[in-house]
Design a protein. Structure first.
Length: 213
């Protein structure tokens, strides 16, 4: 098989994988955490063994969906952080971007973050085992943004990681509570979380020659 044929086969496989993930997204939007491999296979017009061949098991499918949605969310968060605005406004925009994402697609959020009751054949699927790396990745990405943009003095690498993971943990916990109870508006929650963060973050200087924060 020549290089051209291999490349075309890879493109075809990538396209098919995208189609299957889009089918899975539709089922997750409808069924939330209870989305099953049977339902996803039916939505895609294939048998469950074919779905397993592409993703291995529900954990493999979950990981692919998590990457798809996390990539999109991180792109949106970076855009909010880098927008031409005052730092406080960018902090609020970043918090709002995360909360708007989970508010717009609550079923997807619940599928990614909460255990599914699922069918008996899928009860062994541990969502917590998979969602922890997702949050860790977001924490590391945010830590890198903080380290690149702020002059935090000695120990800046460790402090940036503490802040990155702490902010992601705060957004996740507060957003989860807010999505379930809706005790206030999204704007009120954003302002309150920004107030909590604002102490040392407001006082930190931008790095010389860096993109700023």
């Amino acid at each position: 098989m020549d290089t051209t044929q291999r490349t075309e086969q890879q493109r075809s496989a990538d396209r098919r994988r995208r189609e299957l993930l889009e089918a899975a997204d539709r089922v997750v939007l409808r069924d939330g955490p209870g989305a099953s491999m049977n339902a996803i296979a039916a939505e895609a017009g294939i048998t469950k063994p074919i779905l397993y061949r592409h993703f291995g098991d529900k954990g493999g499918l979950y990981a692919a969906l998590a990457k798809r949605h996390t990539d999109a969310l991180l792109d949106s968060l970076r855009a909010a952080l880098d927008a031409p605005a005052e730092r406080r406004e960018r902090v609020e925009a970043t918090l709002d971007t995360y909360l708007a994402a989970i508010e717009a697609r609550p079923q997807v959020y619940r599928f990614l973050m909460h255990p599914a009751e699922g069918s008996p054949s899928e009860q062994g699927f541990d969502v917590g085992k998979h969602s922890a790396p997702l949050l860790r990745r977001m924490g590391e990405e945010l830590a890198q943004v903080i380290e690149d943009r702020l002059d935090l003095g000695p120990g800046s690498h460790q402090l940036a990681r503490v802040w990155g993971h702490g902010i992601v943990g705060m957004m996740h916990a507060a957003g989860d509570w807010w999505l379930g109870e809706r005790p206030c508006s999204r704007a009120e929650l954003v302002r309150s979380l920004a107030d909590l963060l604002w102490g040392r973050l407001a006082a930190a200087g931008d790095k010389a020659g860096g993109p700023g924060f």
